[in-house]
Write a protein that binds this ligand. Structure first.
Ligand code: FAD
Length: 445
């Protein structure tokens, strides 16, 4: 058992698992990762993913550049346009596009160099419990491994989190088809001129670069289903003129589009990454937004391991600090966006024209980080635009009601998450109130 006992067992060796394993190994802990897939198949579900350049230093990520197998491209500026393809807003941020499989292998290499062990083709089966507390896991055919703490980084299916016993302290909900964002990426080659990088939030469609300098990715992300995403894409193609292209291939994938579990911790257990639905509410990206929570988790877990107390109470600070740093802002943005998408095409057009929500400050703020600081002048400008829309009959009462609901619920959720209980003692009351607010927000249209 001695050889088979680890300080930390991570389930999943993709971006979240590899990052967490490396950080804990760097702190001197004995870390093991079990990964369902073979090394060759790891990370192959997507080709390209993006990370903002400033995040590499912030999270100590391996830096890659031209000539490296992991690197695909980078760009500094994108546009966001109205449903009639007007009023473009500029977002400035250097973004690096990378090949996911290659980059994950690089992250695995860094984790191994830091001292972590990674076992591939090693799917989690069930927890090993002693007196109701997690002590390890059974995996693969008939293998067992013991650990002081188990960390679930297994992605959107979140099999380990969902296998937790009832009442363990972390919600075991399934990320249902209604709670996912369905992303379809068309890899294309433009036949004549190449359009500017652009996004059209009304159609949840965008044009991004790809590794081929002659090509691009036309992406669409929508709730409900791939069929629904295709329907919106057909509408986009009808409404927005883009230069002729040749389709080279299509990639599809899902990302969680729902609130995270209220608590990430149980006795000897932490959940992170897509398994904890830590994706950004504005676009479903989740690689670095998960690292915000994991950065806190590594510090809290370090203290807990040193004190030889990895109980739910000892790990609780992860919840409190995460909500302060990102969770409260994400909750608020999710509520506002869920209500704002009820607007019609012409109302979206007005938002762009009058800088209501879709203004450069908001869009750059969303791109940069969780919190968008609004001054009195910003709020006054929004109110003026909304009232103008109402007077000119370009905005309906129904849409204004949705906007007010979204902003009000967003504010209430932010305050509620910032007041997350300092200990588990009053968690139940807190979660009842949080669920009441989320029920009022409802699901994304
Ligand atoms: C089309 C698309 C484009 C995206 N683009 C971006 C982007 O540009 N930037 C961005 O930040 N995010 C992007 N995202 C979101 C991003 O892909 C995820 O948020 C992120 O990859 C989640 O990482 P993860 O490690 O938490 O989970 P995953 O990447 O899902 O990894 C989980 C790992 O756990 C393993 N696993 C699963 N079950 C078990 C088990 N039972 N036992 C052992 N191992 C298991 C899996 O094999 C996998 O390797 C995109 C998503 C999609 C669908």
């Amino acid at each position: 058992m001695e050889n088979n006992l680890y300080d930390v067992l991570v389930i999943g060796a993709a971006t979240s698992g590899a990052w967490f394993a490396r950080r804990m190994a760097e702190k001197g802990y004995k870390v093991k990762v079990i990964e369902k897939l073979s090394r060759e198949k790891l990370g192959r579900r997507l080709d390209i993913f993006h990370v903002a350049k400033r995040e590499f230093e912030r999270f100590g990520l391996p830096v890659v550049g031209e000539g490296d197998a992991e690197y695909a491209f980078s760009f500094d500026e994108t546009l966001t346009s109205s449903p009639y393809n007007r009023h473009p807003k500029v977002t400035r941020d250097t973004i690096v596009g990378m090949h996911m499989a290659e980059y994950i292998l690089l992250m695995n290499k860094y984790a191994i160099e830091a001292g972590a062990e990674i076992e591939y083709e090693a799917p989690f089966k069930e927890f090993i419990m002693e007196e109701g507390v997690i002590k390890g896991v059974k995996y693969a055919e008939d293998k067992e491994v013991f650990a002081r703490v188990v960390v679930d980084c297994s992605g959107v299916e979140s099999q380990p989190r969902r296998a937790l016993p009832e009442g363990y302290g972390v919600e075991t909900f399934e990320v249902t088809p209604e709670d996912k964002f369905y992303v379809i990426l068309r890899y294309v080659k433009f036949l004549n001129e190449k359009p500017a990088l652009n996004g059209w939030p009304f159609y949840k469609t965008w044009i991004a670069p790809c590794a081929d300098p002659e090509g691009a990715i036309i992406g669409i992300g929508a709730c409900h289903s791939y069929e629904y995403a295709e329907k919106i894409y057909a509408q986009f193609e009808q409404d927005i003129e883009i230069p002729p292209y040749e389709l080279t291939r299509i990639e599809r994938g899902t990302t969680p589009y729902t609130r995270p579990p209220y608590s990430f911790v149980g006795n000897n257990f932490i959940v992170s990454g897509d398994a904890a639905c830590l994706t950004k509410p504005n676009n479903g990206e989740g690689v670095t937004s998960s690292m915000v929570q994991m950065e806190i988790a590594t510090e809290v877990l370090d203290k807990a391991l040193k004190a030889n107390d990895t109980s739910k109470e000892a790990l609780w600070e992860i919840n409190v600090e995460y909500n302060k740093k990102q969770g409260a802002d994400f909750a608020s943005t999710r509520a506002i966006l869920t209500k704002a998408v009820n607007a019609t095409r012409d109302e979206f057009e007005l938002f762009f024209e009058k800088d209501i929500i879709f203004n450069e400050k908001f869009l750059n703020g969303v791109a940069e980080g969780p919190e968008i600081k609004m001054s009195f002048a910003d709020i006054f400008a929004i109110v003026k635009g909304v009232l103008g829309g109402l007077i000119s009959k370009r905005l309906s009462f129904k849409t204004i009601k949705y906007l007010i609901e979204g902003i009000t619920l967003g504010g209430k959720l932010k305050a509620h998450y910032l007041a997350f209980p300092k200990t588990p003692a009053t968690y139940n009351e807190w979660s009842v109130e949080a669920s009441d607010l989320w029920n009022q927000v409802g699901k994304m249209k």
